[in-house]
Design a protein around this ligand. Structure first.
Ligand code: FAD
Length: 226
């Protein structure tokens, strides 16, 4: 919890048979059978194929499985980083069409735990929102008044990513050195998808876990691969 808001992350939809379809796709590549004939393959065989292809990095087959997340009460700082992940689809609450009349913002814990700094932060936010509402009353369009709003402003976003893109997202954003808010989001998303597609995400996580490398070269990190 940061300030008065709490990040919410919900897995609201995913491809039916999230692991069966990629496993069928993998089997198809090495089979004379037509795709529809592979539907009768046993679950046990499909699981074994999927486990093998994910371990070999034959990752294109898992692109057939998509996951949609509803994410609310996160900062614009977070979503600015999130939308850099291009292999995904996004729908975000608009600051042009929605008037954000009530102050709603994330407070980083480094600030929240310091009484004095927290007070300054809250006063600054309240001042910004007072001015924002003043501008709206003066008939300044919301699309212009929003230029006053800070990175901390809360927002809501719907994200759809396929499993391959999610694995890349988790490698980059579950890392100890990713920024704390997006790391918290990535960890929540990973625990949600693991429940419905445990084989695909069996080894998912930061690069130090998946590939035993540290792209950040943080040799002092406790997770640094030995
Ligand atoms: C710790 C950390 C710090 C960062 N700091 C900064 C920063 O200071 N400044 C900054 O601007 N960004 C920064 N980023 C963002 C980063 O550079 C990426 O934009 C972001 O992580 C998205 O990763 P991606 O491109 O792999 O994902 P996606 O856009 O989802 O792409 C997935 C993969 O598809 C392929 N791909 C996608 N588009 C193309 C393309 N056009 N051409 C070729 N291949 C493509 C690549 O293999 C890519 O890895 C940071 C990210 C992290 C994790």
């Amino acid at each position: 919890m940061y300030g008065d808001v709490q990040m919410n992350v919900k897995l609201i939809g995913y491809t039916p048979n999230p692991e069966k379809i990629p496993a069928m796709a993998a089997k198809l590549t090495h089979s004379n059978a037509k795709p529809e004939e592979l539907e009768n393959t046993s679950d046990k065989e499909l699981q074994a194929i999927l486990k093998q292809v994910t371990e070999f990095g034959h990752s294109s087959v898992i692109e057939h499985t998509n996951f949609t997340f509803a994410i609310s009460d996160v900062s614009r700082s977070l979503t600015h980083q999130l939308v850099r992940h291009r292999i995904a689809s996004y729908s975000q609450q608009s600051q042009r069409y929605v008037n954000l009349k009530k102050p709603s913002y994330v407070i980083p814990s480094t600030i929240a735990k310091n009484k004095e700094l927290k007070k300054t932060y809250e006063q600054t936010m309240n001042h910004i929102w007072d001015e924002y509402n003043k501008f709206l009353k003066l008939k300044i369009p919301a699309e212009d008044a929003r230029y006053l709003l800070p990175n901390a402003t809360c927002t809501n976003i719907l994200v759809t990513m396929n499993a391959r893109s999610l694995l890349n997202f988790f490698e980059l954003r579950c890392c100890q050195h990713a920024q704390w808010e997006i790391r918290e989001l990535a960890q929540k998303m990973l625990s949600l998808v693991k429940k419905v597609a445990p084989t695909i995400f069996m080894h998912a996580g930061p690069a130090c876990k998946t590939r035993q490398i540290c792209p950040e070269k943080k040799t002092d990190c406790p997770m640094y691969p030995k």
